[in-house]
Design a protein around this ligand. Structure first.
Ligand SMILES: Cc1cc2nc3c(=O)[nH]c(=O)nc-3n(C[C@H](O)[C@H](O)[C@H](O)COP(=O)(O)OP(=O)(O)OC[C@H]3O[C@@H](n4cnc5c(N)ncnc54)[C@H](O)[C@@H]3O)c2cc1C
Length: 241
């Protein structure tokens, strides 16, 4: 049965000029129970028509936040974008969930490769404590693709874990920067899926997660299929309306 509930916006901040981080709380005061990697849906009423729903991955880091945290990328003229970018603390919304199967499973690959574009990195942010619990036994590479340095989000959260866990590698890739001199060790030029050429992914060792822009996901999946990956070894979540 669908879990529908009312949420109140507690805080909204800009992570980048085009991405808003929202903190919401449930009306009953209880934290939302979810598995990292899942998403929630907003329900927007439309007069005389069927309500409109839009989905957002949960960015909340368990143990660090009891709020529903989301990262919302702005789409000009978009129904949810306009409503949620103009929302103020105290505003209430109808939401349902959690939903989704882009979650960690009970398995032990040699390595997880987790790839995202922009807000598609939110599921991996939420998974950080669960990944950390596995990092003695396996390696994890988290790769985030954005256009420019100013579009990057949640770097500090990933880098804080990298500092603690040698088996965690975080790579930030810029598709529209060109100055090699300015790059820090975790920064790279080019599309995020270009990094596969450096990682030598193998279906014998790796499980891959892909989240965000459908074009990136299709391009990455093609590369992985060529290397012998099956659909079950490449878990995908496309951010489409
Ligand atoms: C499982 C799931 C999880 C998602 N998680 C997130 C998330 O964590 N953060 C997030 O920001 N989004 C996420 N999305 C996408 C989100 O649900 C909406 O599709 C997005 O916010 C646009 O909705 P909108 O109502 O603002 O725009 P709409 O009213 O749906 O679209 C307005 C116009 O913009 C076009 N459009 C829609 N999306 C884009 C885009 N990305 N780029 C360019 N044009 C576009 C549409 O085709 C349409 O012409 C997720 C989607 C899914 C399916």
């Amino acid at each position: 049965m669908q879990n529908t509930f009312t949420v109140t916006l507690v805080e909204a901040t800009l992570l980048t000029p085009k991405v808003r981080h929202l903190k919401l709380k449930c009306h009953d005061g209880q934290p939302l129970e979810f598995t990292p990697g899942q998403f929630v849906s907003f329900h927007f009423p439309v007069e005389g028509a069927k309500e409109i729903r839009r989905s957002y991955s949960l960015a909340s880091i368990p143990g660090q936040s009891s709020h529903i945290e989301l990262a919302l990328g702005y789409v000009k003229g978009g129904i949810a974008s306009e409503a949620l970018f103009s929302a103020k603390p105290g505003d209430q919304f109808t939401m349902s969930g959690p939903y989704g199967r882009l979650i960690l499973r009970d398995e032990k690959p040699q390595r997880y490769i987790m790839v995202a574009t922009s807000t598609g990195v939110t599921p991996y942010r939420s998974m950080l404590p669960a990944l950390a619990a596995r990092l003695n036994d396996i390696k994890v590479v988290i790769m985030l693709g954005v256009q420019t340095r100013g579009d990057a989000l949640y770097n500090e959260d990933f880098l804080a874990y990298v500092n603690q866990y040698p088996n965690l590698d975080f790579r930030l890739c810029y598709s529209r920067e060109s100055d090699k001199e300015q790059l820090q060790p975790f920064e790279h030029l080019g599309y995020v899926q270009d990094q596969f050429a450096l990682l030598n992914p193998s279906p014998d060792n790796d499980i891959v997660y892909l989240c965000g822009n459908p074009n990136m996901i299709d391009a990455a999946y093609e590369i992985l299929k060529e290397k012998g990956f099956s659909a079950q070894q490449v878990r995908r979540e496309k951010y489409v309306s």
